[in-house]
Structures are given as structure tokens and as C-alpha cells.
Write a protein that binds this ligand. Sequence first.
Ligand code: SF4
Ligand code: SF4
Length: 183
Amino acid sequence: MTSGEKLCLACGLCCDGTLFDNVRLGPGDDAKELKALGLPVSVSRARAPVTYFRQPCAALCADRTCRLYADRPGQCRTFECGVFKAAQAGRIAAPAALRLIKQARRQADHIRGLLRQLGDTEEHRSLGERFRRTQRRMESGRADATAAGTFAELGLAMHAFGLMAHEKFHTREKREEPPGRGA
Ligand code: SF4
Ligand code: SF4
């Protein structure tokens, strides 16, 4: 197993709905085949329709391997996050890369805990979608002081996570591009 594969198997953040909400399919992807393989492929209703599937990815296994590794979409094959690239290029050592990943996972777990405290237990949705849904709910109703405090903490935690992800994982310009990885 390469050091890059070890990193990804310790991470999974670009497949589990933490860094991305969805994966867009491209011209080289066979949407029907991917659907038959178990990915919930949909087509958006936009004027320029987009074919995509939502994260957390249905192909992500508990050990963070990809069940469809050999058949994964093109964007999964090409995506490499900033931490992965830096480690591969020797700009950061493997232990430092693992620390960054652990820190990111801890931040995401904290956010999920806050979401649960606010009544959102929809673990099958991406972190971003869960936050937006909770935000709409909180802003449209009357939250008690405890919930309002938790929501304020959630907003700060999401902001901090977004800054960290942008700086370390470089996801903004490639929001729909998760990686490809295998066992
Ligand atoms: S490419 Fe980056 S974000 Fe994706 S699993 Fe690997 S280390 Fe994690
Ligand atoms: S590499 Fe792509 S298909 Fe495989 S688990 Fe990640 S998002 Fe899903």
C-alpha cells in the first residue's frame, strides 16, 4: 500500500459528505452502469442539467475503501486534495498529514455532535446539507436560549472548518470532485 493510500484510508473526508455534498458525473462516466452498481444517480432540473449523486457516498465502506474502486467516476479518479498532494510531493511528512486529517475529522465530528444536539440526526446527508437545513429550521422558528447558543457554536464551528478545509484541502475550486481510492 502506498503512503497516499494509507492517508486516504485514514481519512475518507472527500467521500463521506464532509468536504463535498455530491459528485458530478462527466462525459466519460456511464450513469446507468453506476446506478446499477448502487450509486443513487440523479439529474438536476437546471437549464443545463447536471448528472450527479449525493454524498455520503453509497460506495464508501466502513474501512474507508471504495466498493466501486475499479468503476469509480472520473472525478473520483482525478481528485487529490491539498494534504494528499503535499504529502506525495514531500512538502509535508506523512505524520503531519495524518495529524491534519485527524484534526479535520475531529472538527467534523464536533459539528455532527452539535447538529445532533439541535435535533438533526440525518447522518445519511452531507455535512453542508445538514447545516443548511438546520440553519433554515433555526431561522424560521423560535429557538430557546440553549438551542440558540448551540446554533451559534455550530455556526462558528462550520466557519472554522470551512477555513481549514479551504487552506489545507483546497476544496473550493473543486467542490464536486472527490477522489478515487482503493484498499
Ligand atoms: S484525497 Fe484527501 S480528502 Fe480525500 S481521502 Fe485522500 S486524504 Fe482524504
Ligand atoms: S471514490 Fe467516488 S465512488 Fe468511491 S467512495 Fe469515494 S465518492 Fe464514492
